[in-house]
Structures are given as C-alpha cells and as structure tokens.
Design a protein around this ligand. Structure first.
Ligand code: FAD
Length: 429
C-alpha cells in the first residue's frame, strides 16, 4: 500500500505499537496522526497528554517521520487527511469504552464509504478483551478464575519500534498545544518518562513490591498514567517483569487491569449503571460529598488520600479503597459521585479501571463480598502505621504524636483548622 494513516489515540508510543509497526512494514508512507478532539476535555490530564504528544513527536522525528496533529472531530479529520495524502487506509488501536467504540464504528463506516482499508489492532491490554470467556458466559465476572485463564493464555511478543517512519511529501504537521508552565500532577507524560519509570522500577522497586504495596508510603510502580495513555505497553511491562523477583504479584495486579477491560467490553454501561443492581437508595448529601472531595471529613486517612489526589493527580491504591469505601459505605453517597471526582483529577483515570474499581468498592461490581466495609481507623493503622502519609498531606496534624495522628479527636487540644470527624467514633473504630 502506498500510504497508511495510523490514528493514534491511547497508544502514544513507538515501542510495541502494533498499528504503527504493521503500517511501517506494509506501506511506503505512514502518517502518524493525533486529533485533538475538543469534545474530550482532558481537564487535569491535559498537561500529561500534551507532554506525551511532544515526546512522541520527538521520537517519530528520530525515526525520520513526525507526528501529524489536527484539531476537531477525529473521524472527520482523519478522512479529510486521507483525501489530502491519498491514503489507502486508516489503521488504529482498538479501545473498549462505549464512546471509543462508537468512534471506531463511525470510522469504519466512513472508511467503507471512501473505499479505505480500515483495521483495528489489539494492544491496549495484555490479553484482548473478549478473548477469554468462561464456559456458559460472555466474560469473567470474578477475578480469580480470570487470573487462572489469563496466566495460561498465550501472550503476543513485544514489537520493536519501526526502523523508519516515512511521511508522504508535503503533509502539514500541525501545531501541538504546549503543556502549561506549572503542569498539574506529580508525573510528566510521555514514552521517554514512562520507559525511564519502568526501567527504574524493574531495577529498584519490583523486588520489594509484595511487602510494600499495601503501605501508603510504600513504593508502587506509578506506571498507571503511562498505561492509561499508552506511553508504555502493558505487554512489554508484563514481559519484562514476569520472571523477576516480585514479578508474579506485580503481574497479578496488571491482570486486574485486563480484568476490568473485559468487564467494560462486555458491559458498556459500566460508567453509569450498576453492574450488580442495588436495592437501597443512595443519600443525596452534597455537603458530605463536598467535604469528602475537599479532604475535610475529619478522618485523617481519608483526608490524606483526597488531598493527595488534588495535589498530585494520583492516589495510592489502598487509599483509593479507603476513601471509596468511606464515601459509599459510610456516608452512603452514590459511587458515581466518587468516580466523577476521580475522573476529574486522576492522571490515570480511565473508564474500565475507574468505574470497575468504584463499583467493586461500592458493592455493585465484581467483589465477591459486596457487603464488606473498610474500617477507616483500622485501615489507617495498617496502611500508614507511622502516620507518615497523614502528616505529609494533612499538615494541620503534622505535630500530633504517634498514632494519635489517626485519631485527633483523642488529643486533649483541638487542632486548629481541622474539622471534627463526620461520623461518630463508634462508626470509625
Ligand atoms: P501498581 O501497584 O504498581 O500496579 C501496577 C499496575 O497494575 C497499575 O499501574 C495498574 O495498571 C494495575 N492495577 C493495579 N491495581 C489495580 C486495580 N485495582 N484495578 C485495575 N488495575 C490495577 N487504576 C487506573 O489505572 N485508573 C483508574 O481510573 C483507577 N481508579 C481506581 C478507583 C478506585 C476507587 C480504586 C480502588 C482503584 C482504582 N484504580 C485505578 C486501580 C489502582 O488504584 C491503580 O491502578 C494503582 O493505584 C496505580 O498505581 P501503580 O501504577 O503504582 O500501581
């Protein structure tokens, strides 16, 4: 084929990118295209995304190509560009959300109308959603049997970056938005940063993962935002970590990601509808929800997590579980309120993981014990035994001694500026 457009979406990398690799093998000219879609408001993720796009542009230039950027509706822009460069096809990575799948369908129809070759490539997950199905079902509802099947499933080999990317003559590359001067979030976007993170993690973090991963101050890979935007490939992460010390526990967590993707694939209403219908009504308590969002519940471990989210665009997994359980099971507020707030602020927010985990925490999802309630105080002492995390994110409490930091209401002096707990002590302990 003379020219192929590779429409990049959540696969912002040159390593292990099946659509890009295949296009560079098959076509004489390749146009790597990203369309900045005003309908998708990246909110706090904009800086991460734009940094990732700049990085990708640099990597493609090193390979002799470039990143072509357009602004507008992706299907219309891709088709317009295909006419301009006389492309023979538009290829892309398959996604799972209902929104992305509608876009894929529209693109497929538009390509058919223009007689363009349209192809989707798998690479968003390690095992493509829908590939593994239990006997008598269309997807796995419970993690452990999925993990067993997933562990045994054949995995695709990791693909090298293309040797060369040859753009057709006279294609305008287009302008790319700049990240702001004070970018939001703890992490900088891009394949270069993602790969650096991965290398460091494999060298210095993975071996201690099983012991440290449930401690709020313990180290985890922090690769989730890079996986979210496809700056690193999940297949490569698994391939490089599986056989190292700590690898099995780590790969099991990555399998949770695939698990929720296959749930979202089979149940596209996941972002809005209860996966497991719930009879009780949620409390309509905006005041409580707002105190939770602001990290002003008076429960230190909850406030630490919520303030970390606001400051860094990231939160430790245990804290996500604690704040989620607190909102839904203690305050009785609808999980969608929590998922929307996470979606606003998390660098790694995506529909399958965010909504899948929220539904798990709220008891409407895939938890086999949907009625479990996490006790915030007991959890605090377990995940933050020295109070390090609370002291870092709730500075009002920094001077409280020992474990009183988790129960400031036990301290004889009231801490100025810090609220009394929203729930009475009986519910907290
Ligand atoms: P590590 O512990 O280093 O794990 C490695 C990778 O495994 C992660 O990057 C992630 O891709 C995957 N993983 C780990 N735990 C989970 C899990 N419970 N579910 C799915 N995948 C997992 N993760 C997101 O990527 N996006 C979200 O929007 C998101 N929302 C969440 C909301 C709630 C209420 C909860 C309880 C969890 C949520 N998670 C989400 C899962 C998990 O908290 C993050 O993936 C993890 O904290 C990211 O940090 P890490 O990369 O250091 O994880």
């Amino acid at each position: 084929m003379e020219t192929v457009i590779v429409l990049l979406t959540r696969d912002l990398r040159v390593h292990d990118n099946p659509a890009l690799a295949e296009a560079c093998e098959q076509a004489r000219h390749v146009v790597p295209l990203f369309v900045v879609d005003p309908a998708i408001e990246p909110r706090h993720r904009a800086d991460f995304l734009y940094a990732a796009l700049h990085d990708l542009r640099g990597r493609l230039r090193e390979l002799g190509g470039d990143l072509v950027v357009r602004h507008g509706e992706p299907v219309a822009e891709a088709i317009k560009l295909a006419r301009q460069v006389e492309a023979g096809g538009i290829w892309a990575a398959a996604d799972v959300s209902a929104f992305a799948r509608r876009r894929e369908e529209r693109l497929a129809d538009a390509c058919a109308g223009e007689r363009l070759d349209f192809r989707l490539f798998q690479g968003l997950t390690v095992v493509p959603p829908g590939d593994l199905v239990p006997i008598g079902g269309d997807h796995y509802r419970v993690f452990t049997p999925y993990w067993r099947a997933w562990s045994q499933a054949p995995k695709r080999r990791v693909l090298d970056p293309p040797a060369q990317v040859r753009l057709p003559a006279k294609v305008a590359t287009g302008s790319l938005p700049e990240p702001s001067r004070n970018p939001f979030g703890l992490l900088k976007g891009g394949e270069t940063e993602g790969r650096r993170h991965l290398d460091e993690w494999l060298r210095g973090g993975l071996a201690g993962y099983a012991e440290g991963r449930d401690l709020a101050a313990g180290r985890t890979s922090m690769l989730s935002p890079y996986l979210r935007f496809g700056c690193v490939s999940p297949i490569e992460v698994v391939a490089r970590s599986a056989d190292r010390p700590g690898g099995e526990e780590y790969v099991r967590q990555l399998c949770w990601r695939d698990f929720y993707y296959q749930v979202a694939h089979a149940f596209p209403e996941l972002p809005r509808r209860d996966y497991r219908p719930r009879r009780a009504k949620w409390e309509d308590d905006e005041e409580a929800a707002e105190a939770w969002r602001q990290g002003m519940t008076g429960v230190p471990i909850v406030d630490a997590g919520m303030r970390q989210l606001r400051a860094e665009g990231w939160m430790h997994n245990r804290l996500r579980m604690i704040v989620g359980s607190f909102l839904t099971k203690r305050l009785g507020v609808d999980w969608r309120v929590g998922a929307d707030h996470f979606n606003d602020l998390l660098l790694d927010a995506d529909i399958p993981n965010n909504c899948g985990n929220w539904q798990w925490v709220a008891g409407t999802g895939n938890d086999t014990r949907p009625n479990r309630v996490l006790n915030p105080l007991r959890q605090a002492k377990k995940v933050d035994p020295d109070g390090e995390c609370v002291r870092r994110y709730v500075p009002e409490l920094a001077d409280l001694p020992g474990s009183v930091v988790h129960e400031p209401w036990r301290h004889p002096a009231r801490v100025p500026g810090y609220p009394a707990p929203m729930l009475n002590e009986r519910l907290l302990s």
